[in-house]
Design a protein around this ligand. Structure first.
Ligand SMILES: C[S@@+](CC[C@H](N)C(=O)[O-])C[C@H]1O[C@@H](n2cnc3c(N)ncnc32)[C@H](O)[C@@H]1O
Length: 194
């Protein structure tokens, strides 16, 4: 990635944060180090099974997924129209869906993808800044799609704040990795479908 691309991505992201701070949940995109940690935390997924990314933003994780998981097709879901348009141009090798992560099952149906073809989910949805009802709907959608044992990786800036979330009902949490080389420092939380 060139410096100009990085600057443009950061500028587009920060502009969105100013107008939609709850939905964006961060001032600048995640660092390359965080993207590497997120994708490395995702266990090996059988070739051909899909990896679904929720809240792709400027595509920092999408880019890493395409490099590190070439045998898994990538579906990146992004709510914001402008971001989705940019993602489609930047990542022609991923399937970019402009849509709501809470509608994950419908989105997969529209792509003719069965739930058992999804190997795992990677999410940067800013649950802490979103209303609880939206978070609950997204956790329920992931629980509907992922079968027992399948992974869901989540990035957060403060894992203790997750204690009250409904995600625990359907997912067990295995480990938390801290990534200091991110602004602000972040955590990768590993969940598995119970
Ligand atoms: C913190 S940003 C993360 C962007 C990027 N993955 C990164 O780490 O830099 C969160 C992204 O989630 C998107 N988002 C928020 N709610 C969403 C939803 N319900 N469905 C899909 N995307 C959503 C926002 O528009 C935003 O682009």
């Amino acid at each position: 990635m060139t410096l100009t691309t990085k600057f443009n991505e950061t500028f587009a992201f920060t502009k969105k944060f100013i107008s939609h701070y709850q939905q964006m949940g961060a001032v600048i995109p995640s660092s390359r180090h965080l993207a590497q940690a997120m994708v490395a935390a995702l266990p090996s997924i059988p070739s051909g099974q899909y990896i679904v990314e929720l809240g792709a933003g400027t595509g920092v994780f999408t880019r890493q997924l395409l490099v590190d998981r070439p045998s898994n097709p990538i579906i990146a879901i992004e709510l914001d129209h402008d971001m989705a348009v940019r993602l489609r141009i930047a990542f022609p090798n991923a399937t970019i869906v402009e849509g709501d992560a809470a509608k994950l099952s419908d989105i997969l149906s529209s792509l003719n993808i069965r739930h058992d073809q999804v190997g795992g989910v990677l999410s940067a949805i800013p649950f802490i800044s979103l209303p609880a009802s939206i978070g609950d709907a997204i956790f329920a959608a992931m629980a509907e799609v992922l079968t027992t044992g399948k992974p869901y990786m989540q990035v957060t800036y403060f894992s203790p704040a997750w204690r009250g979330f409904s995600v625990w009902k359907n997912f067990s949490q295995r480990s938390i990795k801290r990534v200091w080389r991110n602004v602000p420092p972040a955590e990768v939380m590993e969940f598995y479908r119970k």
